[in-house]
Design a binder for this molecule. Structure first.
Ligand code: 5GP
Length: 208
């Protein structure tokens, strides 16, 4: 059975509003499933085990790596982050479109392993707006904000590795934009193998 979901990787500077965007995408459209990552970073205020992340110790995370339980993992600002394999494979098999909200090193690894992954980069309208959103969040120390901004400058160099670049200014406009991209992706000839073969076969049968 060829019917499989689309694997969608969403990256963007920390503070680009990816989390909110993803939550709205899932709330408004039922074809998506969000992968929950594992991380060694400490939970932020209000975050819950198994909802934002699976929070792990370094040792636990390294065991997951050794057991090959992660599709990809990366180190980001001093912590490990990785995508658990089982959930992603199961949801794709069921035909759901699976969203990974991961940073750029992870995005590249996923695209290498699964070339038909759609890579989408989300950006705030300006760098000034990015700084404002990070500061307003109020959950990070100033030096962490500075290191996230420095990391954003590095990540900006890799944007062309992505298939799509989307500005998150008005949330609902952005949600619709992302959803349309996925709907278009579904119609690409490279994803239509079984249906294309079927119509060819039927047409050949007519000419016999
Ligand atoms: P935060 O600490 O702000 O929640 O996330 C920091 C960065 O790690 C974000 O850019 C986020 O997209 C990325 N990230 C979250 N989960 C994963 C993952 O499973 N793999 C990779 N490679 N990056 C992740």
């Amino acid at each position: 059975m060829e019917k499989k979901g689309i694997l969608l990787v969403v990256s963007g500077f920390s503070g680009a509003g990816k989390g909110t965007l993803m939550r709205e995408l899932l709330r408004q459209h039922e074809n998506y499933a969000l992968s929950i990552s594992a991380t060694t970073r400490a939970p932020r205020e209000g975050e819950e085990e198994g909802r934002e992340y699976f929070f792990k110790t370094r040792e636990e995370f390294e065991e997951m790596i050794a057991r090959e339980e992660l599709i990809e993992y990366a180190c980001y600002v001093g912590n490990y982050y990785g995508t658990p394999r089982a959930y992603v494979e199961e949801q794709l098999e069921q035909g759901r479109d699976v969203v990974l909200e991961i940073e750029i090193q992870g995005a590249r690894k996923v695209k290498e392993r699964f070339p038909d992954t759609v890579l989408l980069f989300v950006s705030p309208p300006s760098a000034q707006e990015l700084r404002r959103r990070l500061t307003d969040r109020g959950t990070e120390k100033p030096e962490v904000i500075e290191s996230r901004l420095a990391r954003a400058a590095e990540e900006a160099e890799g944007i062309e590795d992505y298939d799509y670049f989307v500005i998150n200014d008005d949330l609902n406009v952005c949600v619709e934009h992302v959803h349309r991209i996925i709907e278009c992706e579904r119609s690409r000839t490279c994803r239509g193998g079984e249906r294309i073969r079927a119509i060819r076969g039927e047409l050949k049968a007519f000419s016999k």
